[in-house]
Design a protein around this ligand. Structure first.
Ligand SMILES: *Cc1c(COP(=O)(O)O)cnc(C)c1O
Length: 354
């Protein structure tokens, strides 16, 4: 730290992103990307529809918001684009939280929330998940704080039902509820219908997981006009050209090939089912997941030891240091072939330990 770094940030511990290896590894299952690239049709659309690069990108992302509006049934005024949904999370902390409106989220959830809270000088409280890693919705009733819920939750993969989310929203009409749906397309139910009925809910989505565009950095928020206008005020005060022209064209191309997205998500869900079954047969503890990752505990091996053993064989998975989940690893669901290879390596590791 230099002697010039503002004391304002003395409590800040930055988020540590999962490793992005610079040399190819055998299988990369550590950051929940889709193993499939954007379709040929999406790439072809982008190649012929990217705005000239000497010009700035559209600061209002009009076309992309219209396309999203058509797909999800909202007007463009109810939609805002972010440079990844991480940027939108930051805007939500900036817009809807302060010392009078602290934040609240589960003790085990997306690690970016406490970082964004600290960066924005927002006090926060965490509510422990139940013993089985589920969220107890009642603990969020009338909390008097801005609520952040990842649904399905990460790194557990467990989802709340639409009814449970609605009850949380209904019991918090004086607070904003942010529902982060980064993984919803792999088998959970979206809270988007609530946006039509409640003025205190924001749903966050991303192209990074189910839509093959993690490297493009495109996320979006859907909420009532007033909430979206608030977020847009902050966006325009911080980074008005936050979506690049190539990423915009790619995102539109991907939306125009929605059928491919649905196929990809179905393939991942099927591979998840096979992988979970095989791991349980080998003695692993596997949390029931509706996301594109699974949370697993290897029999007789600590979480860190299992991660290192996989790493020695060229397989990357994600381990979190938090003592409550230290025995577990989060494993992204890859292609069928990748998961067969992963399962074979798991068997080798267990065999070598005997
Ligand atoms: C991956 C992820 C995001 C952010 O993704 P972006 O790449 O910034 O769009 C947001 N929330 C959760 C829970 C995630 O896992």
């Amino acid at each position: 730290m230099s002697r010039f770094f503002s004391k304002r940030h003395k409590d800040l511990t930055p988020y540590v992103p999962g490793e992005q290896p610079r040399v190819p590894v055998r299988i990369k299952l550590n950051t929940n990307e889709l193993p499939f690239p954007p379709s040929e049709a999406a790439l072809a659309y982008a190649a012929s529809h990217t705005r000239p690069l000497n010009l700035y990108s559209d600061p209002e992302s009009v076309e992309l918001r219209e396309e999203l509006g058509k797909l999800f049934g909202f007007s463009p005024e109810e939609i805002l684009l972010g440079n990844g949904s991480d940027e939108l999370i930051h805007f939500c902390f900036l817009a809807f939280c302060d010392r009078e409106h602290p934040a609240v989220f589960p003790d085990v959830t997306y690690g970016f929330y406490p970082v964004s809270a600290t960066l924005n000088h927002v006090p926060y409280e965490t509510i422990p998940l139940r013993e089985d890693f589920t969220v107890d919705p009642r603990q969020y009733y009338s909390v008097g704080k801005t609520i952040f819920l990842t649904n399905p939750n990460a790194p557990t993969g467990i989802a709340l039902s639409l009814g449970e989310i609605e009850e949380i929203v209904r019991h918090n009409r004086e607070n904003v509820v942010v529902v982060d749906e980064a993984y919803v397309d792999f088998g959970a139910t979206t809270a988007l219908p609530l946006v039509k009925r409640y003025d205190n809910v924001v749903v966050l989505r991303t192209f990074s997981k189910s839509r093959s565009l993690a490297g493009g950095r495109v996320g979006f928020a859907i909420g009532c006009r007033d909430l979206i206008a608030d977020l847009n005020t902050l966006r325009n005060s911080q980074n008005p050209y936050n979506i690049s022209s190539p990423s915009t064209a790619l995102a539109i191309g991907i939306l125009k090939d929605e059928e491919q997205t649905l196929k990809n998500c179905a393939a991942i869900a099927e591979t998840r089912t096979r992988t979970v079954r095989a791991l349980r047969e080998m003695g692993f503890t596997v949390v029931d997941s509706v996301a594109n990752f699974i949370f697993v505990r290897a029999p007789g091996l600590g979480g860190e030891a299992f991660q290192l053993a996989l790493r020695q064989k060229g397989i990357l998975v994600r381990h979190f240091g938090d003592p409550r989940i230290a025995d577990y690893n989060r494993v992204t669901i890859g292609t069928r072939d990748q998961m067969d290879d992963f399962l074979a390596v798991c068997a080798e590791i267990l065999e070598a330990k005997k």
